[in-house]
Design a protein around this ligand. Sequence first.
Ligand code: NAD
Length: 497
Amino acid sequence: MSDRIVVAGVGVDTRHWIGGERVASVTTFTDTSPIDGRALGEIARGGPAEASAAVAAAKAAFPAWAATSRTERARLLHAIADGVEKRIEELAVVETNDNGALLRSHRRGVMPRVAHNFRFFADWLLKLDHEDFDTFPSGGSAAGRGHTNHVSWDPAGPSVLITPWNAPLMLATWKVAPALAAGNTVVLKPAEWSPLTASLLADIAAEAGLPAGVLNVVQGYGSEIGDALTSHPDVRRISFTGSVPTARHIAASAAANLTPLSLELGGKSPLLVFADADLDLAVDLAVEQYDNAGQVCLAATRILVEESIADEFTRRFIDKAIQLTQGDPRDEATDLGPNIHPRQLEKIDGFVQRALAAGARAVIGGQRTDVGGQYYAPTLLTDVAQDSEIVQEEVFGPVLTLQTFADEDEAVRLANDTRFGLAATLATGDPERAERVTARLVAGTIWVNCFFVRDLQAPFGGSRLSGVGREGGTWSFDFYCDVKNTVTAPNGWNNHG
Ligand code: NAD
């Protein structure tokens, strides 16, 4: 096995990064490109031994990193952001070859956002030094009069971060940045279908001067390496983004040590289009759900349209959707790239064929597209029953369903009637309706007349099967830290007041 592969001119180390050193494994797995199915290289296939070594490295590095001043940690996070910004083009090209998402969005949106993840949490870290932020007097009961509360955020310890393939570096750094900022050390395990940019991140962090063992990256297949990570007694936090079945497995594994978990999972989010909406905007929002070939957890894959405008909406939707260009994601003109893996394509087609067999109608799409790779045609299915598989289960491909509703009550009932609760999007011209409806929807994030606008300061996560916990801004710090409150008596020592 070669330790280094070259992807579109960029060298990528295929080994783990443990304790500041590259470490090979006896076995490997083949990483393929979804663009054309070609093998990109053989990647180290870690197991329990590599998991233990990485956790041991993170544990050894923890005391010094936790004791590093916030200013110095913030400086290093900014240095990592600088390194990302210098290598935006390389990161974008490698990510596109590895996971098939659009090069133009990696270049202009995703990779700058990766750098921003580090800058945001570096700056947030410094806010914690402000006295008025975390110190306040006790009021109320006699016992508490004149006492001072001081809240501190103590680093929790080695943290295992497990990420999926649909937005690899974006989702990895959304966890790595706050974990490091909080003073934790990290073992990152990227998805086996898109392992490459995590390895580049290890290079960037080392070049930025991050001490050995503070960030470790291990490669490998699901539970082969995952179980040893998530059941490890020295791991203090597990943050996972991925599917519901894997989350259940991880939660069971983490139960042995009651390791705190943050779970960001799948969705089956609705887009509610009311008759008073700006129809052009509503159609744009609906077509946007095909972004990343439908491989977006937040995608509003269930379009719910008020009956009176359903025909007009559908006509305009079709006009717009059929103009989407499907093809090579490296091409600037491409709107829809490939799906990640032949297995994912099988899964998507299985959902669609079963829906059609159950009576659904494909208004557009309904089959693979033969443009020379793993592409599925943008699909819109109507005549779907609320309790059918296609309405209830996450497809994770470019497949939308369209249902109609008679009034607000029915819209809310249909919107809430799945086991998920990640997001919801509303198109309406009536602010009062927006207020009424959002109050009744079950979702971690709701967008009104917009989609996918995410501020790092805002809480992010899902309700029901879409997840446990929230990350972002203060929620990330609370998760990655042991939050402690110290109450001091008025004179500093006499706690009898
Ligand atoms: P997945 O659950 O198959 O895999 C995710 C990660 O978990 C991979 O790194 C995988 O190797 C690892 N893994 C698998 N089994 C494991 C085990 N037993 N122990 C530890 N790790 C294990 O998910 P996927 O197919 O890679 O990603 C798609 C899913 O992710 C979709 O359901 C999507 O909605 C969800 N997702 C959610 C969000 C969010 O923020 N809510 C964002 C992106 C994707």
